[in-house]
Structures are given as structure tokens and as C-alpha cells.
Design a protein around this ligand. Structure first.
Ligand code: GLC
Length: 529
């Protein structure tokens, strides 16, 4: 890619905010938009270029705002449209952009369209959703979703039929085959772009089209979930291309970042290759699911599993597929708890090691709020401590199959989304800002380092196999300059004969020994040939 083909988002560091737990302007349990405004100087100081706000629209909040009841209104708990306008204006003053999380695969079951559609077959909104008659007293088909571990159908007693929802029953799927619905969505997206937002993160966008005819899924005990029938179907590309033409052609600077879980590398091309006029960035989760097994159970993983997964996607850069890099999100447990070590001795070191490992990779970077403070998982004891609906769905389903409370809770403590959704401890942030060697200041310096490095921003990625199962190592190369990153992802010391990698430019230990990587040590070298 030559310079003139880069857009503003290629080299951006995005910061994901889950607004409910970020910052409040008053002492309530909820964060809000004024609270985000108050923290703009903090984010600017950290070096953030773009804020991604998880959904802020009117919502009964059954799935944390991913159940929208009015796309044109802000959730009362977050503030008003004027607050969002003020946030956009203030962020722009500080040279930061704002992208909104748009959930257009489904709405809330309290959305007036759905309420009306349930009431009468003559409702003008009836065909905005996917209703089907029962089949021999049963659900219209046998699809079970891996997200809820239950049927995708719920009975609508007002008419005696069923509606489809691949997430919870509070999130009925929209029928993208309906052109009026599509036009309403496009209109709404244009409305937000006209207010000055800089783009969108499009929630589960690869699920808009369901398998034609909604046939039964022929799974087996190992593969009971029908997800493949409602993701990446051909028609989804038609819808996204139409959306691009009718909305984004008029806003060529807007970022369209699509959440596309479960895609293959070939499918990623289909979503983001510029010639296709679909999305700009894809979000894939292979490395994020590395520790998650069947039904949310913890599964073992190795550093080479993680390495191979990350590198598989990074290497596609050589073929023009720009990566999006993240290790934390509102949908996962805390990054340092998963890939690092939260013991007192190694917490800070491993958080810094992960920071380097992430920020030296190629692609658009996303930092999840609080990871710059090294936040860890929560220590919930009882299922009632968890608030996320997915934690409860998982718990209920596995209890129904006879699994013990203790065993389910053990997994939830490690994988639950609740882990990433607790309030940001701002007093910790204040302390860290003052502390030169804090995780926060390390992130800040790494973000600056990345911004100033053409190699990190534009260089190719090269695999570095050091034949040691504790190491995660790679190189970046641009012309004559090579940056080498060697991270020890374990608590064991690793001795190795280092090649002439050049000058040591970053180390998370204050004192570094040649030929030795201490526990969770990361070294970055720069070579100019
Ligand atoms: C996406 C969101 C997740 C939400 C789901 C349903 O995966 O990231 O938080 O539960 O979509 O909207």
C-alpha cells in the first residue's frame, strides 16, 4: 500500500469504551456521556486517536445496550443527544474521532417496530422481523444458538407464531430482506453521520442474512449449534454493498468497522477488499477464543497456539489485508488475566509485555478501556453477582444438564464478560499517571513510540521462530529498518543467543541482561542496515 492509500484509521489507536462503567458525571452507578467528556483529556494524554462507544442508544439494557429500542435517542442513563453532540465537538477539538456501535442485526423486543409486529399480521412492521408458523407443534426449525445455548425461536402468544433471535429472546433479528427496513436503517445511519460521528462499529454484521429457506440444521452431539446457518451467507454481502452505496459513498472518510466473528481469511477478504465496497475493517476473534471451549468452558492453550493464530492474520498484510489488533473487549475477560499473569510479582511486568506485544503488531490498534491500567478479573462467588445475561444463560443451560454450580462458576470467573464491565477505578488511574513506571505510562510511551515509527505503522511482518515454547517473537521491516520483538510469555527465564538484532530500544525491565529474558520480559530491538 503506498502512502496516499492510507486513511486516517489505518494508523489509529482506537480506545473502546463501555460507557456504563467508564465514568459518570455524578455519583450514580452508571457512567454517562458527560463522564466521557470529562475524561477526554485523560484519553488525549494517553495518545488515543479514536473513541469507540459501545451502544449509547435507548435500550432496556437486557444485553447491555446491544438491544436498541430507539436508534435515534440516547439512553436516559447516558444523557441526551446534546451530550453526544458536545462529546463529538470536544473530541474533535482534541483531534480525536468518535465511532458509534450500531446494532442493526436485531433490535430490542421493546422497539416499537417489534411491539407492533407482534400484535397484528397487518402491522406495517410485521415483515421487519422473521416470524414463522410453528411446525407440528414445534419451533419452525431446529436451530440452536451457541451464544444462548438455546433455540433461536420464541413463541409470540399474541398471534401464535414464533420469531427468530440468534441472541436472547429480547433481541429479535431484523429481516434484512425487507427493503423498507433497510432504507430506515440507512436513513438512521446517515442521520448520525450528519451529526459528525466519524464512523461505526457494526455489531455482528456478518449475521444479517440467514440461510435461505431456514432449513433444519444437521448437527451432531459435537456440533449442535446452527451458527454457520446464520453467518456469512452470500446475501450479507449484497446488503453491506447496498448500505455502502446508499450511505457511505457520500461519507468516504467514515470508518466502517464490522464485527465479523467466525470468519475465514478468505471471507475477511470478501468483507474488506477495497474493490468490494463493503467494510473497511473486520474484527475476527480466533485468538480471543483460544481459551474458550464448548459452552463457555475453559480450555487449555499454548503460546504457540496464540502465536499461530495471531500470525495467520498478520501475515495476510502482505496480500493487502489490513489487520485490526486487539486483545481485550467488552465481550471477554481481562487481557492480563488471560494472556499474562496477575500474581503480585508479575502483574505489572506481564501487562507491559502484552502492551508491547500488541502495539508492535501491524494494523489498526484497539485498546479496551482499563487495559492501560492493567485491570484484572473480578472475583465473583455466586451466580447472582454476575449481571451479564450471557453468564446467566450459560449457567442455566449447564445446570439443566446436571453440571455442578462450582464447576460452572469456575469457568465463568475466567471467561465471563462481566470481568470487563466493572467500574474503572479512577483513583488508581490518577496514581498511575503520577508514577513514571506505571502500566499507564508504559502504554502512553508505547503509543507514542508506535506513532513515531514508520516501521511499526507501515512495515511488513515477519515470523521469528526462536524454537522456544515460551516466546512470542516477530519482526517488522520497512526498507532497511527492522524492528525485532521478543516477548517471554512465561514466568520462566529463557536464555538465548541473540542475533545481531541492533540496538535495544524497549524493555519492560529496568535492567536488561544480554542473552537472557527474565519472567515476562519483552525486548524490542531496532536495526538499520
Ligand atoms: C456482539 C456484541 C455483544 C452482544 C452481541 C449481540 O457480539 O459485541 O456484546 O451481546 O453482539 O448484540
Amino acid at each position: 500500500m503506498n502512502n496516499k492509500n492510507y486513511k486516517w484509521w489505518h494508523h489509529a489507536t482506537i480506545y473502546e469504551i463501555y460507557p456504563k462503567s467508564f465514568s459518570g458525571s455524578h455519583n450514580g452507578a452508571w457512567g454517562n456521556l458527560q463522564g466521557v467528556i470529562a475524561k477526554l483529556p485523560y484519553l488525549s494524554h494517553l495518545g488515543i486517536d479514536v473513541l469507540w462507544l459501545c451502544p449509547v442508544f435507548a435500550s432496556p439494557f437486557k444485553d447491555s445496550g446491544y438491544d436498541v429500542s430507539d436508534y435515534k435517542m440516547i439512553n436516559d442513563d447516558f444523557g441526551t443527544i446534546e451530550d453526544l453532540e458536545a462529546l463529538i465537538a470536544k473530541a474533535h477539538e482534541l483531534k480525536m474521532k468518535i465511532i458509534l456501535d450500531m446494532v442493526i442485526n436485531h433490535t430490542s423486543d421493546e422497539h416499537p417496530w417489534f411491539v407492533s409486529a407482534c400484535q397484528s399480521v397487518d402491522s406495517p412492521y410485521r415483515d421487519y422481523y422473521i416470524f414463522r408458523d410453528q411446525k407440528e407443534g414445534q419451533c419452525p426449525n431446529n436451530w440452536v444458538s451457541s451464544k444462548t445455548l438455546s433455540s433461536v425461536w420464541t413463541y409470540n402468544p399474541l398471534i401464535g407464531d414464533y420469531y427468530l433471535h440468534i441472541y436472547t429472546k429480547h433481541q429479535p433479528d431484523l429481516n434484512w430482506e425487507n427493503q423498507h427496513l433497510r432504507e430506515e436503517i440507512y436513513d438512521m445511519l446517515r442521520g448520525w453521520l450528519n451529526k459528525g460521528v466519524d464512523g461505526f462499529r457494526l455489531d455482528v454484521i456478518n449475521k444479517l442474512a440467514k440461510k435461505s429457506g431456514l432449513p433444519d440444521y444437521k448437527g451432531d452431539d459435537q456440533h449442535p449449534y446452527a451458527d454457520s446457518f446464520f453467518e456469512n451467507n452470500d446475501k450479507v454481502h449484497e446488503y453491506i454493498r447496498e448500505m455502502h452505496k446508499k450511505v457511505f459513498d457520500d461519507y468516504p472518510e467514515a470508518l466502517i468497522m464490522g464485527q465479523t466473528g467466525g470468519i475465514t481469511t478468505q471471507q475477511a477478504y470478501e468483507y474488506v477488499h477495497p474493490s468490494r465496497h463493503e467494510l473497511n475493517l473486520y474484527l475476527q476473534f480466533e485468538h480471543m477464543d483460544i481459551d474458550k471451549g464448548y459452552e463457555g468452558r475453559i480450555q487449555g492453550w499454548t503460546i504457540s497456539d496464540l502465536y499461530n493464530s495471531v500470525m495467520k492474520w498478520q501475515l495476510l498484510l502482505a496480500q493487502g489485508l489490513w489487520p485490526t489488533v486487539f486483545f481485550g473487549s467488552h465481550d471477554s475477560a481481562r487481557m492480563v488475566a488471560r494472556y499474562g499473569d496477575v500474581s503480585k510479582a508479575y502483574h505489572s511486568l506481564s501487562a507491559k509485555m502484552l502492551c508491547v506485544l500488541q502495539l508492535c503488531l501491524a494494523g489498526t490498534q484497539i485498546i479496551y478501556m482499563g487495559d492501560e491500567l492493567g485491570l484484572c478479573n473480578v472475583e465473583y462467588e455466586h451466580i447472582d453477582d454476575f449481571t451479564d445475561i450471557r453468564s446467566h444463560d450459560t449457567y442455566r443451560s449447564r445446570r439443566n444438564k446436571g453440571e455442578s454450580r462450582a464447576s460452572i462458576l469456575k469457568d465463568l470467573r475466567e471467561v465471563a464478560r462481566d470481568n470487563a464491565r466493572v467500574q474503572i477505578p479512577w483513583s488508581l488511574a490518577e496514581d498511575m499517571i503520577e508514577d513514571d513506571v506505571s502500566i499507564y505510562n508504559f502504554y502512553r510511551k508505547m503509543i507514542q513510540f508506535r506513532k513515531a515509527s514508520t516501521v511499526l505503522l507501515t512495515g511488513q511482518i515477519i515470523i521469528l521462530n526462536l524454537d522456544n515454547t515460551h516466546l512470542f517473537a516477530y519482526k517488522r521491516k520497512n526498507g532497511h529498518v527492522i524492528i525485532t520483538v521478543i516477548a517471554n510469555m512465561s514466568s520462566e527465564e529463557v536464555t538465548l543467543t541473540l542475533d545481531d538484532y541492533g540496538v535495544l530500544v524497549i524493555d519492560n525491565y529496568e535492567e536488561s541482561n544480554d542473552g537472557l529474558l527474565k519472567a515476562y520480559e519483552v525486548k524490542v530491538f531496532r536495526f538499520e542496515g
